[in-house]
Design a binder for this molecule. Structure first.
Ligand SMILES: O=P(O)(O)O[C@H]1O[C@H](CO)[C@@H](O)[C@H]1O
Length: 299
């Protein structure tokens, strides 16, 4: 029965439990660090890796079957080491569905993290501000998401379920745990980030790679979305499925275009520029959060 499940997973672009386990075992044979926290760096936010000490680094291309990033601003390296006194594995660069990977492949790194012992996932992204009160450079703690591609059947859990990863029908409504959101707010306060705008809101993934039309942005605004991007949901769904606690943070790198005849257009260069300007604060916040973070769950 399990062979059938695994074959089906393979057929729909996924990786079987055995294959993922082998990848994780191969990594553990080469790396001493045993991470309990996994971190994904969004576009232009990979500098967080510079704060990791005692590093051991693997390029994605060194891991057979691991999706390799193709987008500028995503270096494609797994960085193991210590951050805020916790053993971590950091993805310096993520992969996206629009690069041609299936949803399952896009989220495969999360299952590998789980098999490495990761209990908490910290996911960051660059996103366009839909909420008209948000300014470029603001941070947003993610309290919930809309997985828009999921509405069209593109969910990373599509296909046969393997219970060793998690249940057939996982609840996602508490994926971004209140404990971690509260911890982020307390930490931001303790760092004296007053005047430094931190919101809490809703992230919406669109498949990309084209940026949104004006009408799409108006629609997202109407349905309660605060920021939009082209990532994060696949990883978070898979993390919640396998029982990880998730913390998500968006950097508002640009304001989306909401006027039909605006001269403004969205572009990746602006996204990277804002990332470079604001990544130091994001780094400080994540490192400080880890320093005082209680690791609760067991693998
Ligand atoms: O979500 P991250 O990886 O931060 O990147 C965001 O920035 C890119 C667009 O500039 C898209 O890939 C979008 O998803």
């Amino acid at each position: 029965m399990m062979e059938i499940a695994n074959a089906a997973n393979g057929e729909n672009g996924g990786t079987s439990y055995e294959e993922a386990k082998k990848l994780a075992d191969d990594i553990m044979a080469r790396i001493k660090c045993r991470p309990v926290v996994g971190i994904i760096c969004g576009s232009g936010l990979g500098e967080l890796a510079n704060m990791v000490t005692d590093t051991e680094i693997m390029g994605y291309e060194e891991i057979p079957g691991f999706p390799v990033s193709t987008v500028p601003g995503h270096a494609g390296k797994l960085v193991f080491g210590q951050l805020g006194g916790k053993p971590v594995v950091l993805m310096k660069g993520r992969v996206h569905f629009y690069e041609g990977f299936t949803m399952q492949k896009t989220a495969l790194p999360i299952r590998i993290m789980k098999l490495l012992g990761v209990q908490i996932l910290i996911v960051t992204n660059a996103a366009g501000g839909i909420n008209q009160e948000y300014e470029i450079g603001d941070l947003m703690i993610i309290k919930d998401h809309i997985n828009m591609p999921g509405f069209a059947g593109m969910n990373p859990l599509h296909g046969q379920n393997d219970e060793r990863f998690g249940p057939r029908f996982p609840a996602i409504s508490k994926a971004y745990t209140k404990r971690l959101r509260d911890h982020a707010k307390t930490t931001a306060k303790s760092l004296g980030f007053e005047g430094f705008r931190i919101h809490e809101g809703v992230y919406c993934m669109l498949a990309g790679p084209s940026f949104e039309t004006v009408t799409e942005c108006k629609f997202l605004n109407m349905i309660g979305v605060d920021v939009t991007g082209m990532s994060t949901c696949p990883e978070v769904v898979v993390a919640a499925h396998c029982g990880m606690e998730v913390f998500g943070m968006s950097l508002v790198t640009n304001k989306v275009v909401m006027q039909y005849d605006s001269e403004q257009v969205a572009n990746h260069e602006e996204v990277l520029e804002t990332g470079a300007l604001r990544s130091k604060d994001l780094q400080k916040l994540v490192a400080a959060m880890l320093t005082t973070l209680e690791i609760k769950s067991q693998p």
